[in-house]
Design a protein around this ligand. Structure first.
Ligand code: FAD
Length: 461
């Protein structure tokens, strides 16, 4: 029996896509930088079907590519062009298996979108705090495999911190049943960590048990203008000292970003013009008026800002957030850019920006750097949109730009990716910059668990 016939027997013929028109949505990554050609796209509906597909892969030497919402930006879920790989798209595995209100956990299948999990939690008066602009499309399996971060990592942590349990199929077809919603469990190896942030190279996640939190009743949001990234780091410490873990988000935005937003999204109004801004939000379970008053008093007592705006209503809050949310779209409308999502320790951010900016300016006089991101957790989106006048052939300069940016991030004890991962895009850079012993450990584990290299080949390692 052929591989395709066996795959169709497992998932049902209607759920095995082979026509180019049907598979097209699964063969190109979100940024359209990677294009593949699969043998087929299989849409399993149960963990048993996933395990059977993995067994089929072993029997026939067929590579597998797990795929969630396909919103990743590094080509991690895109098959190669050989026409040999089977894409395993999890979208039919979209049941919320349980919400345990007293334990504050949700157990969701891998193909649930992030928005569906947020809604399930909200339906029980709880919060699943992971929040990404892609939340309507990205899936829980993809969130775990990419260890997604987003806007509220400062307070709640990234997906690794939010995951308590996992169900996953190993490359040998065994199913790990570890969906316990325990916050304490010292009984040996924590199997879920093998799958979180490892981009599907150690197996296919089929479900996860995730932490939930009380829904905040009050949110106070402010945009402050400052003169330097060092002032932003100082502000972060002061806010933490005063408001503790009620500080939920803390976003650094360069004046360049806001100029792009003003130019490309004219309906958005800039409250002020400043070299740097910080958009931050506090949240808690108390009264809105009380939180607003506390933040107002704190802002009122300070003279370290060039300017400041405190949202007075839900509408004003949304307007402030729109400034941040439109940056990516404004950049897209402005043309291509070489994107990075580096991280360095928060304390090193001013020095990183200074050093990396100088090195890029020396190599590419007049280059344009668009910087914004989650300063509260050390992660910056550091994008280069012009390397020379006219911006022609930007990507011809990508290797040299990356060399400078990644070298600089590692020089400050940072990393080449805090959110988007390695995938195909940064594989050779990881091998270059990552600690050799850690690389060797990853390769040893990969060889031990997947000796034939069939699980998401060509990604990460
Ligand atoms: C507009 C936009 C905004 C974004 N904002 C953020 C952000 O703020 N923070 C952030 O961290 N990311 C962000 N992302 C990136 C992306 O949305 C996240 O990485 C997300 O977690 C990917 O989920 P997905 O389901 O789309 O995964 P996919 O893109 O389908 O896959 C991502 C990786 O996970 C693997 N994978 C997928 N499902 C499984 C599974 N079930 N088992 C094993 N491996 C699997 C794939 O093989 C691939 O390597 C953004 C993307 C977009 C387009």
């Amino acid at each position: 029996m052929s591989t395709l016939t066996r795959a169709a027997d497992i998932v049902g013929a209607a759920h095995l896509l082979t026509d180019t028109a049907d598979t097209a949505a699964y063969t190109t990554d979100w940024r359209q930088r990677f294009h593949g050609r699969p043998l087929a796209v299989a849409l399993p509906a149960t963990t048993g079907q996933v395990a059977a597909l993995v067994q089929l892969s072993r029997d026939t030497g067929t590579p597998l590519v797990p795929q969630g919402g396909n919103t990743g930006t590094v080509g991690g879920a895109t098959p190669d062009a050989s026409g040999r790989a089977l894409v395993i798209a999890l979208r039919r595995m979209n049941a919320i298996r349980a919400v345990d209100r007293d334990n504050a956990t949700v157990t969701a299948e891998a193909g649930c979108t992030l928005a569906e999990v947020q809604a399930a939690a909200a339906g029980h008066g709880l919060l699943y705090p992971l929040s990404l602009a892609s939340e309507g499309s990205c899936q829980i399996g993809g969130n775990l495999a990419a260890n997604a971060g987003g806007l509220a990592v400062l307070r709640y942590g990234n997906t690794r911190e939010l995951t308590l349990g996992i169900e996953a199929v190993l490359p040998d077809g065994q199913v790990i049943h570890a969906l316990k919603g325990l916050r304490k469990n010292n009984s040996g190896f924590d199997a879920k960590q093998l799958f979180i942030g490892t981009e599907g190279i150690f197996g296919i996640i089929t479900a996860a048990t995730l932490k939930l939190y009380p829904q905040p009743n009050a949110r106070a949001t402010a945009l402050v203008g400052i003169d330097s990234p060092a002032a932003a780091v100082a502000l972060l410490h002061e806010l933490h000292d005063r408001f503790g873990d009620r500080l939920t988000t803390f976003e650094l935005i360069s004046g360049q970003c806001l100029s792009l937003v003003a130019h490309h999204v004219p309906e958005v109004r800039l409250p002020f013009d400043c070299a740097w801004s910080v958009l931050f939000e506090l949240s808690d379970g108390g009264e809105q008026a009380a939180l607003d008053a506390q933040l107002f008093d704190w802002l009122d007592g300070r003279d370290a800002f060039v300017d400041a705006v405190l949202a007075q209503s839900g509408r004003e809050r949304r307007e402030l957030w729109r400034l941040r949310e439109e940056i990516s779209e404004a950049q897209r409308r402005d043309g291509p850019s070489i994107k990075h999502d580096i991280a360095v320790p928060v304390s090193a951010i001013p020095a990183f920006l200074d050093s990396c900016g100088r090195q890029l300016e020396t190599a590419f006089p007049g280059c344009r750097i668009v910087t914004f991101g989650h300063l509260g957790d050390g992660n910056l989106h550091y994008n280069i949109s012009h390397t020379r006048p006219g911006n022609t052939a930007l990507f011809d300069d990508e290797q040299r730009v990356n060399e400078i940016v990644f070298s600089c991030a590692y020089a400050f004890d940072g990393t080449l990716s805090a959110e988007h991962g390695v995938g195909q895009l940064r594989r050779h850079w990881l091998a270059r910059f990552h600690d050799p012993a850690s690389m060797s450990l990853m390769r040893t584990l990969k060889t031990a668990l997947d000796p034939a290299g069939l699980m998401n080949p060509g990604k990460l390692l």
